[in-house]
Design a protein around this ligand. Sequence first.
Ligand SMILES: [Zn+2]
Length: 195
Amino acid sequence: MFDINQLSDDLNKLSMENKCGQVTMSQKQKPLLCLNNYFYRISTKNNGNVFWRCTVTGCNVRCTTFGDTIGQKYAVNINDSFIHCHAPDTTKFANLEKRRFIKEKASVSDEPARKIISQNTGRGRGVKYSTIHRKPKYLIELWSIHKRLIDDIPRTTNYCESWHNAFGNMLKKHPNVYCLIDSLRHENKNKMFEL
Ligand SMILES: [Zn+2]
């Protein structure tokens, strides 16, 4: 499924960095410029230069781009001294883009309308959910003990602990190295006999 939120995030990052806005389509199917979650409609055009003004009435922020093709990204020329008299709309861009993609898809594909809508909105009848498999944070090979089960070897380190406990009891307290080596040899011999 198309990830609108990802797209929206990407655009936000872009607009923060180098004032790059994207032209999307308004509900009235007119070009609408989105920059930092503020929206601008066309005011005038002159020799390819497009002059935009904020869609909110009473807000006088203006900017210019070179072109107004829907779906395209443009470098926006904006005067930083202008400040919007309202808050940015963080959800509008995603919604408008979703609507635009549905429309675009409907115009080229011959699938029934209901199917196209449900695929893009993820609700209602006939919804197709697609699962995206990502690489896990902790690789399965790292923690899976399935193979140990098949090979019939212990799944935990408890057997080591029990051996360690028994061996520790066999030694005297705080043995020196020579003493320890002797004990290890002794233990080794014992195990050999058991086998
Ligand atoms: Zn504004």
